[in-house]
Design a protein around this ligand. Structure first.
Ligand code: SF4
Length: 390
């Protein structure tokens, strides 16, 4: 196991290509797929160079971008390389993001045969008008077909991504999406609120007044509706945007093992342009541009753009923020062991105030946000982290 954490690490591989750039998205990706061959050479080199790290892993996540723009044999090469060079424990979770409209039954079967055992399908919505507004390349029918093919290809662990909070979206419209999703029986659902990421075309349109942004109260209402609906329909809400279906066998839930690492301070390695890595106390991130990424590796250098060593205060603040993102909440015992801080004592006035307002709940071992509190995650976290805590 890994020193310090006793939690196996995760590998994230960023595939920086999309068929078309979505106007609301700020993940790094380009549409020039002619760079794929050189990217593949660079990625393999990066895997070889980074694999010298003394960590053991139990998850591999291929995200992007749109990984399914890669031919299945390239995905097989990436997985083969990762397994050859990294120390990966038995029964790893191997996830791949796919977009409807970019995959066939044959592709999905090949991904499955290459070792992918969990799929994340970017459905976004089952309403044609929403997909049109989001300018997605796929239709609702293609999304349904992708899920059907995923099952035929042998995937028994499938997550769907949905987006809500579109300007003209009503609560009923969103509830219909949730209902459709639940009926399809996925193992996992990620429900993301549409956000106005600075610098995106969406952000510019909203600033120019050409798109009317849904108000905070509407968005908070949709957030609460989501949690209410899904927890009443067999899903465990375990992180702000993430829901895992309870299994019928033993009542456990199909959480994303990989994403859970981000919220529990487990180490992870990020490969590919713009990918971030974290091995406490250091975080580093790769060059964003595919060209720079390729050039650095061609010259025999790791494509790291920058790195920072988190101070004790920064680590503590991140523990609070990440803890509040999860429904389990901040692990008070762990926080005390690690930072020597008695959280309940240190913040007793603020905690009492938030508890009274129904934003927080405290047990002997954890301090967690309620649904109402999670809708105000950023401002509540800021109230704690803006105080002198060290
Ligand atoms: S397909 Fe996904 S990653 Fe690519 S631009 Fe659209 S939202 Fe972003």
């Amino acid at each position: 196991m890994n020193p310090d954490t006793e939690i196996p690490a995760g590998i994230y591989i960023h595939i920086p290509f999309c068929e078309k750039k979505c106007f609301y998205c700020d993940f790094y990706s380009v549409t020039d797929i002619s760079q794929i061959p050189l990217f593949m050479v660079a990625l393999k080199k990066e895997i070889q160079m980074v694999s010298r790290v003394s960590l053991v892993f139990d998850t591999l996540y291929i995200g992007g971008g749109t990984p399914s723009v890669l031919d299945a044999d390239l995905v097989a090469q990436i997985i083969g390389f990762a397994f050859k060079y990294f120390k990966i424990l038995p029964e790893p979770e191997v996830t791949m993001e796919v977009n409807p409209g970019t995959v066939t039954l044959e592709d999905l079967t090949n991904y499955r045969n290459s070792g992918v055992n969990r799929l994340n399908i970017g459905v976004q919505s089952f309403h044609a008008e929403n997909l049109k507004w989001l300018d997605r390349i796929h239709s609702a029918e293609q999304a349904l077909l992708s899920l059907d093919w995923a099952r035929q290809a042998g995937f028994d662990n499938v997550g769907l991504d949905l987006i809500y909070g579109l300007p003209a979206q009503t609560e009923n419209n969103w509830l219909e999406d949730l209902e459709r999703a639940v009926d399809l029986h996925p193992e996992h659902l990620s429900c993301y609120m549409l956000t106005r990421e600075s610098g995106t075309p969406l952000d510019k349109e909203v600033s120019a007044g050409r798109i009317r942004w849904a108000g905070d109260n509407t968005l908070r209402g949709l957030f609460e509706t989501t949690i209410d609906y899904l927890t009443r329909h067999g899903f465990l809400h375990y992180e702000v945007s993430n829901f895992a279906r309870f299994t019928e066998a033993d009542g456990s839930a199909w959480k994303s093992r990989h994403n859970s690492k981000y919220w529990s301070f487990a180490p992870y390695i990020g490969l590919g342009p713009s990918a971030h890595s974290f091995i406490e106390p250091e975080r580093c991130w790769n060059h964003k541009s595919v060209q720079n990424y390729i050039r650095e590796l061609q010259d025999g250098r790791l494509p790291v753009a920058d790195r920072e060593k988190l101070t004790r205060e920064q680590l503590l603040m991140e523990s609070i923020y990440l803890g509040f993102r999860t429904t389990k909440g901040i692990d008070l015992v762990r926080l005390k062991d690690k930072f020597g801080i008695d959280f309940l004592k240190h913040f007793h006035e603020m905690i009492a105030d938030f508890e009274k307002k129904g934003f927080l709940k405290v047990t002997k071992t954890h301090c967690a946000l309620t649904v109402k509190g999670m809708a105000l995650l950023d401002s509540i976290t800021a109230a704690f982290t803006n105080q002198d805590i060290c």
